[in-house]
Design a protein around this ligand. Structure first.
Ligand code: TXA
Ligand code: MG
Length: 322
């Protein structure tokens, strides 16, 4: 039975207790819903992998509710990390730093680094504070499938396998956090909710790992964050022709041109006004809807690759059938 409860003092107390006792709770963050367990409890973290059907080699982000906790979880916090924390935490930025020995190996999949983030969503912060332990949490979806941005998305994928889902409505950012490795030359391992341009204003140029390089982060795997329906990105100036018996859907960036409309059985619009922030926020929920519409193929319009547009295009490219 799916247990979804609205976030309030009582339900968060209950959720915190479940976390402390080794259970699994899905909760909203400003990026996507997370599937949380006590970061110090190896057995609970092992259950996350099991429930998500996630490969063991995939490390998990540890969420903290107080800036100071980073010094307990990491053996070294360099100056660049401190500058970024001051500017962007709490928020959609995950930092990879050398780990201290309080973090069990299963959390980091045996790596000697740990990914840490302080979320800005008030419900997430409250839950971590009430739990009084850092919360290890990947996105609350099945491995490789679309990330959840509502409690219903979580219920559909994991509902009967976890202890509780805290419903805090739709996630305001809608794409996962930006993952930045600061153990060597600053390197973005996953494009996400904090645009790289913002990071570079604080610490200067950062490297971005491209698809061809060895994946250090599964967000880097070529096919990830995918709907089950095949997805194709429409090319610049491409004249689409769709055969009569093919049920096609459109993921439109803005309100689509009328010549387009009759080609598609279903259309989802990311942002009527073409606002990239709104588009990011709607990305996964639009894809969830199209994926449930019984289509043969989803066509996605490209969005401009500036700011959050980079993270959106990254997710679309990873969802595309090659
Ligand atoms: O927005 C988010 O980051 C969401 C919410 C729930 O906080 N979480 C999330 O977690 O997207 P997950 O597990 O789906 O993605 C975490 C990414 C993965 O690509 C993982 O490989 C990478 O972070 N990661 C975690 N620890 C790492 C480490 N020590 N070194 C390199 N990459 C790491
Ligand atoms: Mg994920």
């Amino acid at each position: 039975m799916v247990k979804i409860i609205k976030a309030n003092e009582n339900s968060l107390e209950k959720a915190a207790l479940i976390i402390r006792e080794g259970g699994l709770v899905a909760f909203p963050t400003e990026t996507v819903y997370g599937l949380g367990a006590c970061a110090f409890n190896s057995t609970a973290v092992a259950r996350i992998f099991e429930v998500k059907q996630r490969p063991r080699f995939d490390p998990i982000i540890v969420h903290i509710g107080d800036f100071k906790d980073i010094y307990k979880l990491c053996s070294e916090v360099n100056e660049k990390a401190e500058l970024l924390i001051e500017k962007f935490w709490p928020g959609p930025l995950t930092l990879v730093l050398p780990k201290s020995n309080v973090i069990p190996d299963i959390v980091t999949a045996g790596l000697d680094t740990v990914a840490v983030r302080m979320p800005s969503h008030p419900i997430a912060l409250k839950l971590i504070k009430k739990a009084e332990v850092p919360i290890a949490a990947p996105s609350a979806n099945l491995f490789g499938y679309l990330s959840p941005t509502t409690a219903e998305h979580v219920a559909e994928q994991l509902g009967d396998k976890i202890d509780l889902i805290i419903d805090g409505g739709k996630c305001p950012i809608g794409v996962e956090s930006t993952v930045l490795d600061l153990t060597n030359e600053p390197t973005v391992l996953r494009l996400g909710g904090l645009p790289i341009e913002e990071i570079e204003k604080v610490i200067g140029k950062v490297k971005v790992l491209t698809l061809s390089e060895k994946p250090r982060s599964p967000g880097q795997l070529p096919r990830h964050y995918s709907p089950r329906t095949p997805l194709k990105i429409i090319k610049e100036n491409e004249e689409l022709t769709i055969q009569k018996n093919v049920r096609a859907g459109l993921l439109a960036f803005k309100q689509p041109k009328s010549k387009y409309k009759f080609l598609f059985k279903e259309i989802e619009v990311l942002s009527e006004s073409g606002d990239l922030r709104e588009a990011a926020c709607n990305l996964f929920s639009c894809l969830h809807k199209l994926d449930k519409a019984g289509l043969d193929v989803i066509y996605a319009e490209p969005v401009p690759e500036i700011g959050l547009g980079k993270a959106i295009m990254d997710r679309l490219r990873k969802a595309e059938v090659k």
